[in-house]
Write a protein that binds this ligand. Structure first.
Ligand code: GDP
Length: 449
């Protein structure tokens, strides 16, 4: 076993299927397949290889459930074990995979371990096991509540989808010391990346082909980071622009349409790799429930976004007003996103998309000097002070921009600010700093006055 290989630690409750999953990773059947509480109590290590990377997989064995091995069933004892295991995994691993069980849903222990994992700096991937058929598919989204990003469905028993999980694992590993085949690396190369997302038949392929087809002298197809995915890079006047996972869109006729569910999973994976999203809606159908659900998930990824109302050519004036109204009502949480009515088929107004994306790109990367930030917040407070909370008026002491992509601000305050007030501040920041089409994040920390 090579000591300097990256380490992936598998954690999770007993019986969620950790060792079966480890077997999938390792591709051998000689690890323990039958998992009973206790069987894999001792940690086990295996060497695995995927996508040209070799890494060590550590099966941490799971913590002991309350009542096992004479432990008292006191919550505190269990909580301590859970935390200890998660801490140990984070300390020794480059990446942690938390395995949960779709059949049981989120248990208290899952929530606890997720809370510990969220506090660390080690990246975490969430695997939802026992998704043995399509009917279970939609249930995996419940696990987003664990706050660990996109849940990856797997059926360790059938091997279903474990390739996608492995792709995600490999993509999240730290870069290899000796750079391997450069073409096999994910693309963190600074090229602004766009995902075209929407329900089947809203016109994504038509739009993509139109954007790529016209006036683009150089088009490159590059291997994407998932198996059988292709990314397309086009040259624009203002530099290269990448479309993520365009394999399905470049084919003239798509023979086997994936089910709605799998196309959703795939769309969300491409969103995870994108800086901006073109969210395409079929205006002839209005904003459907599925559009809303997809939009909610995409919004969670924190990308810049442009809402595209496609097939505008088929609508009369009344229908157009109605769709715009629906967007404001049903997608109100995307209030920051510009809305562009277009016709991918006729090409009408498609040329407005590139400038909109460029604006999104600029806003998404924007860095605001601390002094200007604090000046704007001071003025905003003076114009409209925070409401008094139990005899005290909260004050913002100072603020910093902790991160870009998207712009993320930390406000240090004397008391908690109500959500309405935070929305007011967000609006002010957007206006002052031209943060139009990007989401922004406000974090609030309490400090003594
Ligand atoms: P995808 O599944 O989202 O990639 O959708 P497609 O690009 O395959 O488009 C689905 C259907 O809608 C096709 O028959 C397209 O010709 C049609 N379509 C796409 N965009 C437009 C548009 O702007 N106007 C009209 N009238 N039809 C469109």
């Amino acid at each position: 076993m090579t000591a300097d290989l990256p380490v992936v630690a598998i954690v999770g409750r007993p019986n969620v299927g950790k060792s079966t999953l480890v077997n999938r990773f390792v591709g051998r059947r000689d690890a323990i397949v039958q998992e009973k509480p206790g069987v894999t109590r001792d940690r086990k290590e295996f060497e695995a290889e995927w996508g040209g990377r070799t890494f060590r997989v550590v099966d941490t064995g799971g913590w002991l459930a309350a009542g096992e091995s004479g432990l008292t069933s006191e919550d505190t004892a269990l909580a301590a074990k859970v935390s200890a295991q998660a801490d140990a995994a984070m300390a020794e691993a480059d990446l942690v995979v938390l395995v949960v069980d779709v059949a049981t849903g989120i248990t208290e222990e899952d929530a606890r371990v997720a809370a510990v994992l969220r506090t660390g700096s080690t990246p975490v991937i969430l695997a939802v096991n026992k998704v043995d058929d399509d009917r279970r598919g939609h249930e995996i989204w419940e696990f987003q509540r664990l706050g660990l990003g996109t849940p990856y469905p797997v059926s360790a028993l059938h091997g279903r989808e474990s390739g996608d999980l492995l792709d995600a694992v490999v993509a999240a590993l730290p870069p290899a010391l000796e750079p391997e085949d450069p073409a096999a690396k994910p693309f963190r190369d600074g090229i602004f990346s766009v995902a075209v997302v929407g329900r089947p038949n809203v016109g994504k392929s038509t739009l993509f082909n139109r954007m790529v087809g016209e006036d683009r002298s150089v088009v490159h197809d590059l291997p994407g980071t998932t198996r059988d995915s292709i990314d397309t890079v086009i040259d624009t006047d203002e530099g290269p622009l990448r479309f993520v996972d365009t394999a399905g869109m470049r084919r003239a006729s798509r023979v086997d349409e994936p089910t709605e569910y799998y196309s959703t999973v795939r769309a969300l994976q491409s969103v995870d790799r994108a800086d901006a999203v073109l969210f395409v809606i079929d205006a002839t159908e209005g904003v459907t429930h599925q559009d809303q659900r997809l939009a909610e998930r995409v919004d969670g990824a924190g990308c810049a976004m442009v809402i595209v109302l496609n097939k505008w050519d088929l609508l009369d004036a009344e229908a157009r007003d109605d769709v715009k109204y629906q967007v404001r009502q049903k997608l109100h949480f995307l209030g920051y996103a510009p809305v562009l009515p277009i016709s991918a088929l006729t090409g009408r107004r498609v040329h407005q998309l590139l400038p909109a994306l460029r604006q999104a790109e600029t806003a998404y990367h924007r860095r605001i000097p601390t002094a200007s930030l604090n000046r704007v917040l001071r003025d905003a407070q003076a114009a409209h002070p925070p409401p008094i909370d139990r005899k005290h008026r909260p004050r913002i002491l100072y603020a910093t921009q902790g991160a870009a992509d998207p712009p993320t601000f930390t406000l240090f305050v004397t008391r908690t600010l109500p959500p309405t007030y935070l929305r007011y501040l967000e609006r002010k920041l957007r206006e002052e700093f031209d943060l139009g089409p990007t989401p922004i994040k406000l974090r609030v920390r309490r400090r003594g006055a």
